[in-house]
Design a protein around this ligand. Sequence first.
Ligand SMILES: Nc1ncnc2c1ncn2[C@@H]1O[C@H](COP(=O)(O)OP(=O)(O)OP(=O)(O)O)[C@@H](O)[C@H]1O
Ligand SMILES: [Mg+2]
Length: 370
Amino acid sequence: MTETPAPVAVRLRGITKTFGSNTVVQPLDLDIRDGEFFSILGPSGCGKTTLMRMITGFETPTDGSIELDGRNVDKVATRDRDLNMLFQSYALFPHLSVYENVAFELRVRRTPKAELDGRVREALQLVRLADFAERKPSELSGGQRQRVALARAVVGRPAVVLLDEPLGALDQKLRKEMQFELKRMQREVGITFIYVTHDQEEALTMSDRIAVMSAGRVLQVASPIDIYDAPASRFVAGFIGSCNLIPARMEAGKAICSGFGAVPADTVDAQARGVRDGDEVVVAVRPERITLHADPALAPAGAARGVLAERVFLGDEWTVHVSTQGAVLTVQVPSGENGAALAALADGAEVAVSWTPAAGRILPAEEAAA
Ligand SMILES: Nc1ncnc2c1ncn2[C@@H]1O[C@H](COP(=O)(O)OP(=O)(O)OP(=O)(O)O)[C@@H](O)[C@H]1O
Ligand SMILES: [Mg+2]
């Protein structure tokens, strides 16, 4: 790894989209680097596809400008932008073989025969379909068809490939396999991938960086680890993984929750981010960072008391709800010793929960106004 960041492949400045009176993408700045696996993650209707369509040129931004590889493309047609898009609902040509489906674009561009053949075979190899070249789409599984669509998207070696929920139609197992395949493929070819999903796990496992979107805004752009461990807002904390959000108010530099007292939290970090006394906040704590004490008498000082409200056995762990004075907390308890102690308890038993201050992240109670 070098210290110099890769050059910017896609640069968005003030990009906005309004349909009638409805602004679906709010003014947005974004830099996506060369060779990056960049995901756009957000709930249905937040503007992901619209954003992708503006980058490709299928949609004209209401305002703002787009650069690809340092070149302004505001007036450049889709076919002259060095990119390809794999749509949410892709379609293969049913009457053409796998080979011809992948070759189609190169034929349109009148690529010389030998080069075309080399490229198509290479793309099929990449998606591990070299032995399926002569099949028709109807003779393939859903996952194999998906891989043909992928081969077709990369065969022309564009600088950027945009993928809009490409795995949405696949079942869970196939999805997981394809996630690894996609990631491997992207590394091999070094193409910049812009990947849209509303599946947070998918975004976490595949991406170099993630942009979290909500209601037409990008709320945070960061690595998967930072998005998970250091969410910048209540929405991001709640949207990525499961997270306890304990309502509190800042008093004398501490997060105070009625009934809970001082909530263990990283106050230094909160101050650095501008949280002040008098602010309404939430303390975000991940379930796996909370320790459950089956015997409250043995809990460390500062642990909160509660009662066991619900528990679900998941094999490798338990998901437990503990009802405290301040909030109902979700706690993840690994199976094994602690899990055995938990299993022995009766519903409604008194327990205690604790976590280190570093595990509690203080966030503004209200999102910035939309
Ligand atoms: N051509 C259009 N005319 C009017 N409104 C539109 C148009 N295209 C999209 N919208 C609206 O813009 C908003 C964002 O749509 P978009 O398709 O970008 O969402 P998305 O994040 O891709 O959602 P999903 O995850 O469901 O695919 C939605 O409210 C949608 O109804
Ligand atoms: Mg969409």
